[in-house]
Each structure stands twice: as structure tokens, then as C-alpha cells.
Design a binder for this molecule. Structure first.
Ligand SMILES: [Zn+2]
Length: 183
């Protein structure tokens, strides 16, 4: 909402909402067209908003209708999903991921079979410390043991954001040591 809209809104929210609803009914494609014309701007704004309201997004993702809609979307857009998988494979090929089962045993042992973040011993997974999408392959220096819940809340966050500076630095040192000891 820009400044003029805001002023109008607060003068009489009820009437404003009614008018706005009516206007939207008469211009059903306005949002779509606006988005198509200003995709980058919209994405930027939505990212900004998400950063300010992190919990909303989390809750939103858990809602039943969101899950159903997302499933439906995936079913209707197999090409898009294939494209993402292709990109990921290409990226992997380009930066060669040679992490094997042997390496994963080393990693699990080095982390004492515990989630590095919460020390849980359940549902452990190997996490890319820094993401493949940013050019970091899975290596002994980039593999961390996390439980599923910590891994999913880490999501796309940078390790600095997720663990905090101090804990992340400690982890970096630990990973370097693991890699060095297993050359
Ligand atoms: Zn955990």
C-alpha cells in the first residue's frame, strides 16, 4: 500500500475495503498482470516481507489447504520440477560430488551420531553445511550431521544465520579438522 492509499484507508477502513473488493472483482487479472510486469520487484518485496514475518510463512506451510494446493501444483507442473532436478544434477556434475558411504561413516563418527545443533540422536541426516546451489559440493569439509527437524528449519539459511556466528565458527574449525584427519 502506498502513502495515498494508506491515508485513504485509515480515514474509513470499512468503505475502503468494500470499494477495494469491488474494484478487484472488476479487475480479476490485475494481480497476475502486475506480477508478470514487475516480477522482480514483487519477488524482492515478498522476500522482504517473509524476512520480517518468518513465523507466518512457517505456519502457512503447515496449513492443510497449503499442503493440498502444493501437492496439486506439483502434479500440474512436472516440467518445472524436472527442470529443478536437472539443474541440481548439472550443478553436481559441474562441481563433482565425490562423497561416498565411506565418507558418511567418517562424518557420523566425528559427530558422535548426534545432531550438531540439538544433540538429538533421532532421524539423523547429512546436511550440506553450505548449499550445493551456491557451489559447495558435499565433502568431509561440508558435511554436518543434523536431525531432520533441525535440517528442515535450517532450510536455505546460511550456516551463520542458523547457528549464529560463534557456533558456526566452531563448526567450521571442526569440519576442517575432520577433513585434515581423513586425507
Ligand atoms: Zn537437531
Amino acid at each position: 500500500m502506498n502513502k495515498i492509499h494508506k491515508e485513504k484507508y485509515w480515514k474509513n477502513p470499512k468503505i475502503y475495503n468494500k470499494k477495494s473488493k469491488k474494484w478487484r472483482r472488476n479487475h480479476p487479472n490485475y494481480d497476475k498482470e502486475y506480477y508478470a510486469k514487475n516480477t522482480e520487484k514483487c519477488l524482492k518485496n515478498s522476500k522482504k516481507w517473509q524476512k520480517k514475518n518468518p513465523d507466518y510463512h512457517k505456519e502457512y506451510g503447515k496449513r492443510k489447504e497449503t499442503i493440498i494446493r502444493s501437492k496439486k501444483w506439483r502434479k500440474n507442473n512436472p516440467e518445472y520440477l524436472r527442470m529443478i532436478a536437472r539443474k541440481r544434477r548439472a550443478m553436481k556434475k559441474k562441481i563433482k560430488e565425490n562423497y561416498t558411504i565411506k565418507h558418511s561413516v567418517i562424518t557420523f563418527n566425528a559427530f558422535n551420531n548426534k545432531c550438531y545443533n540439538c544433540k538429538s540422536t533421532e532421524k539423523l541426516e547429512i546436511d550440506h553445511h553450505r548449499p550445493l546451489s551456491k557451489g559447495y559440493p558435499l565433502t568431509l569439509k561440508n558435511a554436518v550431521i543434523l536431525c531432520r527437524s533441525c535440517n528442515s528449519s535450517k532450510g536455505n539459511k546460511s550456516p551463520e544465520d542458523f547457528y549464529g556466528r560463534y557456533k558456526c565458527k566452531k563448526l567450521d574449525t571442526k569440519l576442517k579438522k575432520i577433513a585434515k584427519n581423513n586425507k
